[in-house]
Design a protein around this ligand. Structure first.
Ligand SMILES: C[S@@+](CC[C@H](N)C(=O)[O-])C[C@H]1O[C@@H](n2cnc3c(N)ncnc32)[C@H](O)[C@@H]1O
Length: 248
């Protein structure tokens, strides 16, 4: 998955572009407000992707470790993060080699559904937190991008729901964190994207693993399904995510 899907930043960027184009709210700013990092804290962002969370001025002066299984993501995140004290690490969230008690905060945003055993991996992060430290985990929630998955079902043969929710839903994530940490705060995030242009949808669908495997052969079917959906009017896509903050 990581090598094929995240070997470069382009698939993630195609999906991020849909959010950037149509979001009416600032997801990453919302996450920062809730995690409330402080100057001097040691922070691990595991599955950091292209580092979009850190691409803003005025962040607290944390000591940041940007970690991802994909070297290309680590490099992109290091280039983007507007934090003075930052290091990169190519690391697997299921086998983290950090010392116990090393971090005041661990962030795992929209990545746990890629893990073979997400609940176990989250439990193994708990000892890495210093006393009073917190783990912030986000996942997509039920209903996320609803009608987009109906189009994906038509042109790529996927089940008509967000595949990440099918693998590790908000409900499963909450249960895993309660089991590992005892207590967890849940914050729900909602937005509505009103999409009338085909290109961001075509790019999003073309970035999915199933489309990538089919290569150029998938493009005509994706375009036809997107055009047919937009002929009925703008698509209203709910964005649904959940952010959990668990304390060590
Ligand atoms: C959907 S992206 C999310 C990126 C970023 N956290 C964000 O919210 O924008 C998922 C990221 O998790 C990374 N990833 C997948 N499996 C991983 C693993 N086992 N360990 C570390 N990173 C992983 C991928 O390479 C990718 O960069």
């Amino acid at each position: 998955m990581v090598e094929g899907q995240y070997g470069t930043t382009s698939n993630l960027a195609a999906r991020g572009a849909l959010h950037a184009r149509y979001a009416t709210r600032d997801w990453f700013g919302w996450v920062h407000e809730r995690v409330a990092l402080r100057d001097g804290e040691a922070v691990l962002d595991i599955g950091c992707g292209a580092g979009w969370l850190w691409d803003r001025p005025g962040l607290p002066e944390v000591t940041l470790t940007l970690a991802d299984r994909s070297p290309a993501m680590v490099e992109a995140a290091l280039g983007r993060a507007q934090v003075a004290e930052k290091t990169g690490a190519v690391a697997d969230a299921e086998a983290l080699g950090f010392a116990a008690g090393q971090f005041d905060a661990i962030l795992a945003l929209h990545m746990a559904y890629h893990l073979a055993e997400p609940a176990e991996a989250l439990a193994q992060m708990a000892p890495l937190l210093a006393e009073g430290g917190r783990l912030a985990l986000s996942v997509n929630a039920t209903g996320n991008l609803g009608a987009l998955w109906e189009i994906a079902a038509e042109c790529l043969g996927l089940p008509p729901m967000d595949p990440s929710v099918a693998v590790f839903s908000d409900i499963a994530a909450e249960a895993a964190l309660v089991a590992a940490f005892g207590q967890v705060e849940r914050h729900d995030y909602a937005d509505l994207y009103v999409v009338s242009e085909p290109e961001p949808l075509v790019a999003y669908l073309s970035s999915l693993p199933e489309a990538q495997e089919a290569g150029a052969d998938a493009t005509p079917a994706i375009r036809a399904a997107v055009d047919a959906a937009l002929e009925r009017g703008p698509l209203e896509l709910p964005r649904r995510s959940a952010l959990f903050v668990a304390r060590g």
